[in-house]
Design a protein around this ligand. Structure first.
Ligand code: PGA
Length: 242
């Protein structure tokens, strides 16, 4: 899976223009996902119907509906044709108070409502320097998955995104990314056994058209969550065709 996290970029009309280019890409055996801003999903959805491009959102609330000003609910995303929802991105944890607890609630809510969560986990620079990367990401993963059943686990996607690598141009080495993802898979295996092999675990953090092939060659890395390189169709295409 190669997923583009568009973050707070591209108005609805700009979304339509970019998707017209992206639709022309042949993804081959890669599952290609685009995640525009919530307000641009309405413009994106009809364009993507019947295409090989899957639609994702960047957030959802964990309640069905009610007095939650400014939020969007799962039923609306579902109605639009959204399949995936990015949860717990480090920018949401840092700027919008997202915690392991809310990420868990949202994960369960997505699965209950037929949406597939892309749960982001990752360590800070200081955690990396202290040598506790695996502990941090495994804890985040287990917290996010608390209460997810064995039947649901294969619908979950995890994105390992070292915070220090997001938008900085610094990437984890392919070997380090592979080792951390391997640790995450072991943590999932402890609870879900062999089903851990069905969980796709992506790498994210300055993945681009230049380093995608080396990262994707690693046996544990099942795809990428792409920020910076997602807004130019030709670059995204090169990542898709790593
Ligand atoms: P980046 O972002 O590719 O720009 O580092 C990745 C992400 O935030 O998901």
């Amino acid at each position: 899976m190669i997923a583009g996290n568009w973050k707070m970029n591209k108005t609805p009309s700009e979304t339509v223009a970019l998707l017209k280019e992206l639709k022309a890409i042949n993804p081959g055996k890669v599952e290609m996902v685009v995640c525009p801003m919530t307000v641009s999903l309405f413009a994106a959805a009809p364009l993507l119907k019947g295409t090989e491009v899957h639609l994702g959102a960047q957030n959802v609330h964990f309640e069905d509906k009610g007095a939650f000003t400014g939020e969007a609910n799962a039923a609306s995303l579902k109605e639009l044709g959204v399949e995936y929802v990015i949860l717990g991105h480090s920018e949401r944890r840092q700027y919008f108070g997202e915690t392991d607890e809310t990420v868990n609630k949202k994960t369960l809510h997505c699965l209950k409502n037929g949406l597939k969560p892309i749960v982001c986990v990752g360590e800070s620079l200081s955690e990396k320097q202290r040598g506790i990367t695996n502990e941090v990401v495994c804890l985040q993963t287990k917290a996010a998955l608390s209460g997810v059943s064995g039947a649901q686990i294969s619908d979950v996607v995890i994105a390992y995104e070292p915070i220090w690598a997001i938008g900085t141009g610094m990437t984890a080495t392919a070997q380090d990314a592979n080792a951390t993802i391997s640790a995450i898979r072991r943590a999932i295996r402890e609870v879900y056994g062999d089903a851990a092999e069905q969980v796709r675990i992506l790498y994210g953090g300055s993945m681009n058209e230049k380093n995608a092939s080396e990262l994707m060659r690693q046996p544990e890395i099942d795809g990428g969550l792409i920020g910076g390189a997602r807004l130019v169709a030709s670059k995204f295409e090169q990542v898709i065709h790593y």
